[in-house]
Each structure stands twice: as structure tokens, then as C-alpha cells.
Design a protein around this ligand. Sequence first.
Ligand SMILES: Nc1ncnc2c1ncn2[C@@H]1O[C@H](COP(=O)(O)OP(=O)(O)OP(=O)(O)O)[C@@H](O)[C@H]1O
Ligand SMILES: O=P(O)(O)OC[C@H]1O[C@H](OP(=O)(O)OP(=O)(O)O)[C@H](O)[C@@H]1O
Length: 302
Amino acid sequence: MNADSLDGRLLFAIPKKGRLYEKCLSILAGADIQFRRHARLDVCLVLNHPIALVFLPASDIPSFVGKGNVDLGITGHDVIVESQMHEHVTEELRLGFGKCALQVQVPEAGSITTVEDLAGKRVVTSFEVLSGDYFGKLDDQLQLSGDKRTKIEYVGGSVEAACALGLADGIVDLVESGDTMRAAGLHAIATVLETEAVLIKSRVPKHEAHSNLITLITNRIKGVVAASKYAICQYNIARDRLPSAIAITPGRRAPTISPLETDNWVAVSSMVEKKRLAQIMDDLVTTGAEDILIFNLDNCRV
Ligand SMILES: Nc1ncnc2c1ncn2[C@@H]1O[C@H](COP(=O)(O)OP(=O)(O)OP(=O)(O)O)[C@@H](O)[C@H]1O
Ligand SMILES: O=P(O)(O)OC[C@H]1O[C@H](OP(=O)(O)OP(=O)(O)O)[C@H](O)[C@@H]1O
């Protein structure tokens, strides 16, 4: 591939590995963005749209998009703020995966139990900007100055080992399940930032040439994300119980209600949030609904 083959194409950055990679591939498939990635090549042409995918480290994507080298990207909200690119990109869409929290952690067995105890000591992290801001404000509040202020040190990985190795009194790192933190004998004492994967767009004006394609891709991805969050709930209920059933499954706009051949019974079909499914089914049974069926969505536009 030469540079000419990218001419006129929208450039879309995708994390090349790590926690976000697999989910990004299923989003691309759901949005019918077809490509064949050749081994070792980090740029590939999309077969059915004037788009080229650029596979980059998640933490580099905010600056590529923010500086305008790339039009669109998927990455974590955390690395956008850390790379100080949040004013140079637009977060178009939250994607509902890559959810975790950047937390201050200290040894479970130690004497430090609050961030005020940790202030002025040594903190190791891969997020030196966010940690620097957080502890900078805390140091100001506690009126720590000069060498009494918190010392933030950057490491590129294995942050959780820093306390055991004697490099740090506390760390700032991402926590999802908490397994890594607990395995290292640490516990969280504060949250610096909540994060999830987001679709970002460049604010550099030259990208307006691609605005129709960006809208199309954004809407398709929005459909894929909504399909993963919602299911269709269908059930039968006696007409006189309908008001209480509708209160349980109001739908996004309104439920679809169809008459049944049986007197005074109706079938109801409604979009419901997957995370509330079990409770919704319990409540429907209590209110007299029968034949409750749940259907997953492959894709949708809402
Ligand atoms: N445990 C996790 N659960 C959910 N999302 C995570 C988790 N860890 C990281 N992320 C998200 O994925 C992004 C990329 O993190 P990941 O650890 O996969 O980086 P990476 O590109 O593999 O880099 P490296 O392996 O060099 O740390 C993070 O910025 C964050 O938004
Ligand atoms: O709370 P948990 O579910 O254990 O997840 C947290 C861990 O996940 C991330 O690292 P990852 O495993 O992606 O590897 P990395 O350290 O190489 O980035 C993060 O840096 C934590 O170490």
C-alpha cells in the first residue's frame, strides 16, 4: 500500500491490541465495515467504504485524532484526558465497554488509609497527568509546599508491583474487577476518574469534508451499541391489566400492543434494558403477564 491509496479516505483509528481490541472488531463488524488486515500491517483499506483503518496503541489515538492526522477513533476516555486532548476531540458516543475506574491504591496491611495520609509521599502511575492534577489539588488544600509535596513517578506498566518493590507508598491505576489490585495486596482509597471506551472525532476543520461519512458511521455504531444494551420483551396479558404492565415496560417511545384472538387479551412488545431484565420479568409475572419471551437484538436504529 502506498500513501496515494489513502487519498480521500476517512482515517479511523482502532486500538491495535489490549483490552479494547476485540470489542472494537465486533463494533466494526456490526457496522458492516469490511476489511482484511494483513499480518504486521497497521493500516488497511475498508472494502465497502472510502475508509482506511489505522491500528494504533490506545494511548496514542487521542493525539492522532486531536492533531487532525486521523478523523475518527475509538479509545478510552481516560487516555483522552491523560493526553490532554479532551479539548481537541469531540466525544461522539460512549460505547458501553472498557468500563473501569482510575483509582488511588495503597497496601491493605499498611498504615495509610486516606488520600490525605498519602499526600506528600511517593505515588507511582502510568497516568502522571491525571495523578499530578489530583495530588496537586490535594497538596494545595493541605498547604504542602516544596519537597513536602506528593512525588509522582511514571512507570509504563506493572504499576501494581510498585509498593511491594519499595518504589511507592501508593499507586494510581485502572481497576475493573479488582483482581489485579487484590492479588497485589492493595485496596482502593479514592477514585480519580471513571472511564469507558468512546468514539471520538477530530475538531480540526479539514475533517468536515468527511462529515456525511462520519455521521453514517456514528449512527451505525450507535445502533450496534444500543442493540447490545436492549432486548425485546414480548408477553400476553389481559386487557384490564394492561396499564400496570405498560408501567413496567413503557418502551423507548411506547410499547406495541396487538389484539389476540382470545377475548380481552393483548400481546405487548417493548424494548427493555438488558440489565433490568430479570426484575422486569418478575414484575410482569406479578402483574398477570403470561408467555413472556425475550429476544436479543442483532442490530437496531433508535
Ligand atoms: N481492566 C480493564 N477493564 C476495562 N477497560 C480497561 C481495563 N484496562 C484498561 N482498560 C481500557 O483500555 C485502555 C487500554 O488499556 P490496555 O491495558 O489494553 O492498554 P494497551 O494498549 O494494551 O497498553 P499496555 O498493554 O501497554 O498497557 C485503557 O486506557 C482503558 O480505557
Ligand atoms: O481490576 P482488573 O479487572 O484486574 O483490571 C485492572 C488491570 O487491567 C489493566 O491491565 P491489563 O490487564 O490490561 O494489562 P496491562 O497491565 O499490560 O495494561 C490495568 O492496568 C490493571 O492492571
